[in-house]
Design a binder for this molecule. Structure first.
Ligand code: ADP
Ligand code: MG
Length: 238
C-alpha cells in the first residue's frame, strides 16, 4: 500500500521555519507533483517523506503505517536525485543491485531482478559499463533502475531532469511517464518546471514559502487558479 499522508507537517532549521503546517493526501498509485519556485520547500518536503529530515511537528503515514519516527530504510520508499548519485567505481549492474546486496538477497536473485529491470529501461546492453561511460540520460535511467529493483511502495523524485539537456529532458520525461503507466507506483515528483508538472502530474501541489497554495488536477489549476501567484507560476494569463 503506497498512499502518502502528511498531517500538519512543519519544519524549522534552527529558528527559521521553512515548512508551515502542510497537510497532503496522495492516493495509492497517484503521480503527484510538488511545484514551486526555488526555496519554496519542495526538497525539504520530499526529504521529510523520505525520512532524510525529521519533522519539527506533524505526522507522516505511508499506506497504513505511521512512519514519522522511522528511518529511511524502513519507509519502503526509493528516491531518484537530480545528480544521479551513482557509485563511480561500480558497473551499472553493481549500482542497480547494490541495495539488494545490502539487503542480503542471493546473487542469482539479484541478477535476475537487475536483468529484468535493465531490459525494461533498455539498459541491458550497458550492464558492464561504469557510470563515466554513460550519457546523462543513461545515468538517470540507471538511477531510476536502482530505485525500481527495490520494488518500493513510493518513488520520490527530486528534479530528476534538471541536469539533462533540453532534448534528453523530454525523452526521459516520457520514460518516467511510461514507467508510471506500467508500474503504477505512487510517485512524488519535485520540479520547478510547469511543463513537467502539467505533463506528468495527476495531482499538482503548488508551494510558496513552505506553504501549500493550491492542490488540484492540472486542468483545475490551469482553469481556476486560487490566486495570481498560482496563475502566473503555471503560466495562466491573469
Ligand atoms: P526548494 O527545493 O523548493 O528549492 P528547499 O526545500 O531546498 O527548497 O529549501 C527551503 C528553504 O529551507 C530554503 O530557504 C533553504 O535555504 C532552507 N533550507 C533547506 N535545507 C536547509 C538546511 N539543511 N539548513 C538550513 N536551511 C535549509
Ligand atoms: Mg530543491
Amino acid at each position: 500500500m503506497g498512499s502518502v499522508s502528511l498531517k500538519n507537517v512543519s519544519k524549522s532549521f534552527g529558528s527559521v521555519k521553512v515548512i508551515h503546517d502542510v497537510s497532503l493526501e496522495i492516493d495509492e498509485g497517484e503521480f503527484c507533483v510538488l511545484i514551486g519556485p526555488s526555496g519554496s520547500g519542495k526538497s525539504t518536503l520530499l526529504r521529510i517523506i523520505a525520512g532524510l529530515e525529521d519533522v519539527s511537528s506533524g505526522n507522516i503515514s505511508i499506506g497504513k503505517r505511521h512512519v514519522t519516527d522511522l528511518p529511511p530504510k524502513q519507509r519502503d520508499i526509493a528516491m531518484v536525485f537530480q545528480t544521479y548519485a551513482l557509485y563511480p567505481q561500480m558497473t551499472v549492474r553493481e549500482n542497480m543491485g547494490f541495495a539488494l546486496k545490502l539487503a542480503g538477497l542471493p546473487k542469482a536473485q539479484i541478477n535476475t531482478k537487475v536483468t529484468e529491470v535493465a531490459r525494461m529501461l533498455e539498459l541491458d546492453q550497458l550492464l558492464e559499463r561504469l557510470p563515466k561511460e554513460l550519457s546523462g540520460g543513461q545515468r538517470q535511467r540507471v538511477s531510476m533502475g536502482r530505485a525500481i529493483v527495490r520494488n518500493p511502495s513510493v518513488f520520490l523524485f527530486d528534479e530528476p531532469l534538471s541536469n539533462l539537456d533540453a532534448k534528453l529532458r523530454v525523452q526521459v520525461r516520457g520514460e518516467i511517464a511510461d514507467l508510471h503507466r506500467r508500474l503504477q507506483t505512487t510517485s512524488v515528483y519535485v520540479t520547478h518546471d510547469q511543463v513537467e508538472a502539467m505533463t506528468l502530474g495527476q495531482k499538482i501541489v503548488v508551494l510558496k514559502d513552505g506553504r501549500v497554495e493550491q492542490v488540484g488536477k492540472p486542468l483545475e489549476l490551469y482553469d481556476d487558479p486560487v490566486n495570481t501567484f498560482v496563475a502566473s507560476f503555471l503560466g495562466t494569463p491573469t
